[in-house]
Design a binder for this molecule. Structure first.
Ligand code: CAA
Ligand code: NAD
Length: 302
């Protein structure tokens, strides 16, 4: 009977209130696409400065989109911008923010224990119906969900950078994810304009399982002195039709995030040569060169 009750409640539920934890590169993009599609979004970060920066970058991105959507109608463009921005709230208090949430999407640092700790805290205070999702690039969703008592309402929702432009959303089910939860997040993906694909809870899901080894192979090619970063990038753009070369993409994704991904896999699957850590990445991260977000990675940005 209880199961039927949950089923009927959640089938009728649509996601209106979204909380995004982590206001960095990904969190700000995820918040933006929800807000521009009429949902109330609260962005939570530890750092107020990050939140202010997130709001600013959402504003800039929305202006680019508004210009395209309403190029001959500045009144409509202005309304789209102000309506979308009005849906965004900022907070440094995750426990308070999740009070009214239907969906929590976590986009914090790529570290299992930190994500588990966050979800454990949120699980104790979030409403029963609230669905939890992680945007992790590489960590097992099942291990993150382990820290909660709502594995049936837990999924992976993996977005791509830049979120407002990249059309894909990978939806990851763990064995415990209920059909209602899965159907709800598939609908939500559609409501924010994304094309969804589904993958089991396996390392890197679909895109990163292919993309990360490719980017690491590019670094190994550079480390062997076979070609320069610039030439490898040019080759992959002009010879394979990629919009960015692997070094441009590493800088775009963030070298810290890329290092966490490969380190985690190397530790878990030491026998897989594709997952071996690359020293150049470790050196750049040690030097604080994290890519575009810090102004320097493989390349310099002003
Ligand atoms: N917000 C809104 N619009 C944006 C935007 C943003 N943040 N960034 C770019 N755009 C828009 C531009 O306005 C432009 O629109 P029009 O063509 O309609 O004018 C369009 O996107 C192209 O932008 P640019 O002309 O500035 O630059 P570009 O042609 O080089 O495209 C790019 C930029 C979309 C980022 C493109 O280079 C690209 O697709 N790169 C590859 C990105 C990629 O592979 N992402 C996945 C990374 S892996 C990942 O995310 C998973 C993980 O877990 C690590
Ligand atoms: P980022 O470094 O830009 O942002 C992370 C933010 O989380 C920071 O602002 C930090 O202050 C905040 N944070 C850290 N711990 C927190 C906590 N306990 N509570 C609240 N906020 C906290 O990182 P990002 O690139 O946005 O990546 C975030 C997540 O998304 C990671 O799991 C990453 O693997 C994944 N991801 C990244 C990309 C990418 O291209 N960068 C793509 C898809 C998925």
């Amino acid at each position: 009977f209880r199961r039927n009750l949950i089923t009927s409640n959640s089938t009728q539920m649509a996601i209106k209130n979204v909380v995004v934890i982590g206001g960095g590169l990904m969190g700000s993009g995820i918040a933006q696409v929800a807000a521009q599609n009429g949902q109330n979004v609260t962005i939570v970060d530890l750092d107020q400065k990050v939140l202010d920066k997130a709001k600013n970058s959402i504003n800039i991105s929305l202006q680019r989109i508004a210009k395209k959507l309403f190029k001959d109608d500045s009144v409509k463009a202005e309304k789209f911008l102000s309506d979308s921005m009005a849906h965004v709230t900022l907070s440094t208090n995750p426990e308070q923010a999740v009070n009214q949430s239907d969906l929590v999407v976590e986009a914090i640092v790529e570290k299992l224990n930190i994500k588990q700790k966050l979800f454990q805290t949120l699980d104790a205070v979030a409403p029963t119906h609230t669905v939890f999702a992680s945007n992790t690039s590489s960590l097992p969703i099942g291990e993150i969900a382990q820290s909660t008592n709502r594995k049936d309402r837990f999924v992976g929702l993996h977005f791509f950078n830049p979120v407002p432009v990249m059309k894909l959303l990978e939806v990851i089910r763990i064995p415990e994810t209920s059909d209602d939860t899965y159907n709800l997040v598939m609908e939500w993906g559609k409501s924010i304009g994304k094309q969804t694909v589904t993958c089991k809870d396996t390392p890197g899901f679909i895109v990163n399982r292919l993309l990360v080894p490719y980017m690491m192979e590019a670094v190994r090619l550079l480390e062997r002195g076979d070609a320069t970063a610039r030439d490898i990038d040019t080759a992959m753009k002009l010879g394979a039709g990629y919009p960015m070369g692997p070094f441009e993409l590493l800088d775009y994704v963030g070298l810290d995030t890329s290092k966490f991904i490969i380190e985690g896999w190397a530790e878990k699957f030491p026998e897989n040569p594709l997952f071996k850590p690359v020293p150049t990445l470790n050196r750049l991260v040690e030097e604080g060169k994290l890519g575009m977000k810090t102004g320097e990675g493989f390349y310099k940005y002003q």
